[in-house]
Design a protein around this ligand. Structure first.
Ligand SMILES: [Zn+2]
Length: 315
């Protein structure tokens, strides 16, 4: 009996101890619950950011881009994949009450590595805008639209299907003109194959989705190596960006300038850097940036942005 009582006491004590420790654990859990939720949230946000390993890969391919510049760009997964399944990375930089949306694209041609570099340098500049920036801008940067072309060995202009993405946009009469242009004017240059149909490629479809959802007031597309500035669409073109001067070289079936600028009415500034493998100096890249801001403010700024937006919506 005594033994039973002792045993009962022991059992009761054990149950009580278990209850107390379970309660303590519960209390501890509740103390750390907000921290855990915060960590999970941070992890899920971080999991969409470009990994350091990928920044190492980009830095190894793109001139004048060190891993640190790529990491501080804080690129996010834009939820699009190239033909070979590579993520397309992008970065939004915006201030409150942005009046204008500008989409900046690099590397639509994978072997024009300097174009991606310029976009990385401009992301850094957009994060520390001059205090006298005349107009509030929501920037969206896509430094490498054709990662399969960039990471091919050697790098290629076309994507993994061999399509020139800058001839794959659905301009009017594409079916007739794009093939005719490719066969006649380019002599079936494989670097300029427009594809079997417009928007046949995931990379060009992604860009079209961006135009439809982000609704940019301006698109800036960076290329190389012709050393000029081109412009399509409404508004007065910029006469120069840094040392690049305006030289409107013509219209190509299926090109972004033709589709965005002429067909959709969104101004497209096409920058042709002078070299595909070397970037302009830091001072030159900054001057181009400042000239772009100035032209944007003059031509697309507060007084006329509404008109441009209205025009875009009609398309
Ligand atoms: Zn190009």
């Amino acid at each position: 009996m005594r033994e039973f009582t002792l045993n009962s006491l022991a059992v009761n004590a054990a149950v009580w101890a278990t209850a107390v420790s379970a309660g303590a654990i519960y209390n501890e859990c509740m103390r750390f619950y907000p921290l855990a939720v915060g960590l999970i949230a941070m992890f899920s946000i971080a999991s969409h950011a470009i990994p350091m390993r990928s920044c190492g890969d980009y830095a190894a391919k793109i001139p004048n881009v060190k891993p640190h510049l790529c990491e501080t760009a804080q690129l996010q997964d834009m939820k699009a994949r190239s033909v070979q399944g590579r993520p397309i990375w992008g970065r939004d930089v915006q201030v409150d009450d942005s009046l204008l949306r500008i989409l900046v694209l690099g590397g639509i041609h994978g072997d024009e590595m300097s174009s991606s570099s310029l976009v990385f340098h401009w992301i850094a500049m957009a994060q520390t805008p001059p205090s006298d920036t005349p107009v509030a801008i929501h920037w969206r940067f896509i430094p490498s639209l054709n990662p399969d072309g960039l990471f091919a060995r050697p790098a290629k202009r076309v994507n993994a299907h061999g399509v020139d993405l800058n001839r794959n946009f659905p301009t009017p009469n594409w079916a007739r003109d794009a093939r005719r242009y490719w066969e006649g004017r380019t002599q079936k240059d494989p670097r300029r194959w427009p594809g079997n149909k417009p928007l046949s490629e995931p990379e060009s479809r992604f860009l079209l989705d961006q135009m439809d959802s982000f609704k940019p007031n301006l698109i800036v597309s960076v290329h190389a190596p012709y050393g000029v500035l081109d412009f399509d669409g409404p508004s007065v073109p910029p006469s120069k960006l840094g040392r690049l001067f305006l030289d409107q070289v013509g219209i190509f079936p299926g090109s972004l300038g033709n589709y965005g600028g002429i067909h959709k009415g969104v101004p497209v500034v096409t920058i042709e850097l002078p070299s595909a493998s070397r970037t302009p100096t830091d001072a030159e890249m900054r001057q181009m940036w400042i000239d772009l801001l100035r032209w944007t403010s003059d031509r697309l700024g507060p007084g006329i942005s509404t008109a441009v937006q209205g025009f875009s919506k009609q398309q």
